[in-house]
Ligand binder design. Structure first.
Ligand code: FAD
Ligand code: NAP
Length: 451
């Protein structure tokens, strides 16, 4: 008889917690250990004032900052079908909640919304140091460290699910002259409070979500001027006065930035919003996704099962760039749970069939060049998974919401968060929220006054 399955989940953020949540609802629950290096669950949504290293000398995880609100409506992909915001808060809540509100909601889903005490499966303050696949035993050897007392421990698992997140290891570029520049230089991972930059002229490097949001936050909290410097393509949004875009910076002097278009500017601070690196230092090299963050990593069957090594027993959740977030993690987690507990969705597939399936998604991913392509692509991924997992097809109602969100962003990037949407699951329209640019208190208490 086959030995009981023993599953290791690495990380208790939204991805790892979706896996745990669904495992404990299966008929045959395997033995599960979820390792979490932080002292609590929530992953990125655990806001911290720490920059650089955490209290144990490990890289500080969360890249979020004070006063951050979601940058897409909660109705698009962070409301759980079986545990709505209204169920949690006892009232409908507005469409773009601040980080504290999302964290509170997640905690509710994992405690009140769960059938079982999920915390008992989690080892907090415990870092996975190394995972090795042993070919001879077909098992994974997982070395973890209790960060509180420094004790290390080896454990053996039949399956490993990697859920450590992909937006925590900064990609930090170099430009000539940065060594001489006398102002502050930081990555958006270490941007924690826009108040710090009041009255200053800021150079933001990058042209994606962090760049636009850091720029808007700095303006909102009183920065003097912000220049956003792009490499491949300008964001091209309607910026409020005080924010402008320029081509890439090519060099720095003590106090100035020089741009590709021949212009220069006096600046006080450089904030590199240059994205994150895939970082899986705790995995044996052959088990790693070995490429830059992307829309569909190579060798993943159903966005999760790693085909390159690990004998179909190593999985990733949340390892791709995301338009759908919590709903995507749920859908993938459901697929993984059912696959592992020997209730595989769909007909069993041979290795070559799985490889061909993964390759065709990767080919489709290579054709994604715009936000609309990305929406079509990730909706197709969601649909393919949902057809097999039974995840609610209601998620398709998110498509028009996301398209509206794109339109709102085009109309004015500083004001898109002032719009509101109907919940896919309750049908209720979200209440009005204080205008984003005038809201300076992001506490739960203040947020719940929006009715
Ligand atoms: P994470 O949330 O990163 O969680 C990973 C967990 O793994 C962490 O708890 C970490 O401590 C743990 N871990 C890592 N390594 C180890 C190890 N070796 N051993 C043990 N534990 C480990 N999404 C949205 O839907 N809406 C938003 O508005 C939004 N805003 C964002 C803003 C910023 C600045 C960033 C960076 C991301 C944002 N996201 C947003 C995306 C966000 O990453 C996801 O919502 C979500 O947090 C991803 O969940 P995850 O579980 O995959 O990863
Ligand atoms: P990202 O989407 O990967 O974007 C990185 C940007 O950096 C790209 O524009 C890239 O430009 C640029 N870049 C990389 N290296 C560069 C270099 N050497 N020189 C110049 N430019 C360089 O990363 P992100 O913007 O940090 O977003 C990460 C995640 O955080 C997203 O999921 C986002 O939704 C989330 N987020 C959410 C909020 C919120 O408000 N809730 C706020 C911030 C971030 P190229 O196009 O040229 O490669």
């Amino acid at each position: 008889m086959e030995a009981k399955q023993k599953v290791c989940i690495i990380g208790a953020g939204p991805s790892g917690m979706s896996a745990l949540y669904h495992f404990v609802q299966q008929d045959n629950i395997p033995d599960i250990v979820c390792y979490e290096k932080q002292s609590t669950w929530g992953g990125q949504w655990n806001l911290t004032w720490r920059t650089g290293l955490d209290e144990y000398g490990e890289p500080s995880h969360s890249s979020m900052y004070k006063d951050l609100w979601t940058n897409a409506p909660k109705e698009a992909s962070i409301e759980y079908p079986d545990y709505t915001f209204e169920k949690h808060f006892g009232q409908p809540v507005s469409s773009y909640p601040p980080v504290s509100v999302v964290r509170n909601y997640l905690e509710g889903r994992w405690t009140k919304g769960a059938e079982s005490d999920l915390k008992r499966y989690i080892l907090f303050n415990t870092l996975v140091r190394f995972v090795r696949y042993q070919d001879d035993t077909d098992r994974f050897l997982v070395t973890s460290e209790n960060l509180k007392n420094g004790e290390t421990k080896d454990d053996v698992f039949t399956h490993v699910i990697v859920c450590n997140g992909i937006f925590n290891m900064p990609n930090m570029p170099y430009f000539p002259g940065l060594d001489e520049f006398s102002g502050r230089i930081l990555h958006s991972h270490d941007f924690k409070d826009a108040n710090e930059f009041k009255g200053q002229t800021i150079l933001v490097i990058g042209a994606s979500y962090s760049a636009e949001d850091v720029a808007i936050h700095c303006l909102k909290f009183g920065a003097k001027q912000i220049i956003i410097s792009w490499r491949t393509k300008a964001l091209g949004l309607k910026w409020p006065s005080g924010i402008e875009e320029r081509q890439l910076v090519v060099r720095f002097s003590k106090t100035q930035a020089y741009f590709k278009d021949g212009t220069k500017a006096d600046i006080d601070v450089v904030i590199c919003c240059t994205g994150y690196k895939n970082h899986f230092p705790f995995l044996e090299k052959r088990l790693r996704i070995d490429e830059k963050t992307c829309v569909y990593p190579a060798g993943l069957y159903k966005s999760s099962l790693f085909l390159k090594a690990g004998n179909n027993k190593l999985f990733y959740i949340g390892a791709q760039e995301q338009l759908y977030t919590f709903s995507l993690f749920e859908n993938i987690a459901l697929w993984v749970c059912r696959y592992i507990t020997k209730n595989p969705p769909g007909k069993p597939k041979s290795k070559s069939e799985m490889e061909a399936d993964a390759e065709q998604w990767q080919r489709r991913a290579s054709l994604v060049t715009s936000r609309h392509d990305f929406l079509d692509f990730q909706t197709a991924i969601m649909k393919d998974l949902a057809d097999q997992t039974g995840y609610t097809q209601d998620f398709l109602k998110a498509v028009p919401i996301i398209k509206k969100w794109f339109e709102h962003r085009e109309e004015g990037i500083a004001g898109y968060r002032d719009h509101r949407f109907h919940s896919i699951y309750t049908g209720k329209l979200a209440p009005k929220q204080t205008t984003f640019l005038k809201a300076f208190d992001d506490s739960l208490q203040t947020f719940l006054k929006n009715k």
